[in-house]
Ligand binder design. Structure first.
Ligand code: ZN
Length: 61
């Protein structure tokens, strides 16, 4: 199947004006300093908050 009418460049670009990707908000881990998503466990050390941390397989320090 093919579209009946060709979409103009303006119509196509207007449609795609909402599709831009946004940079995720990053905060630095208070324990190791690596950038991480807020309210999420640190990818590097597993730190979540002062009394919550994920057990990582190979944790240094
Ligand atoms: Zn960390």
């Amino acid at each position: 199947m093919l579209p009946i009418f060709k979409s103009s460049k303006a119509r196509k670009n207007k449609r795609r004006s909402h599709q831009a990707l946004r940079r995720p908000n990053l905060v630095s881990c208070p324990k190791c300093g690596v950038a991480k998503l807020p309210h999420a466990a640190c990818q590097n050390c597993g730190y979540v908050s002062s009394d919550v941390a994920l057990a990582m397989k190979s944790e240094e320090s």
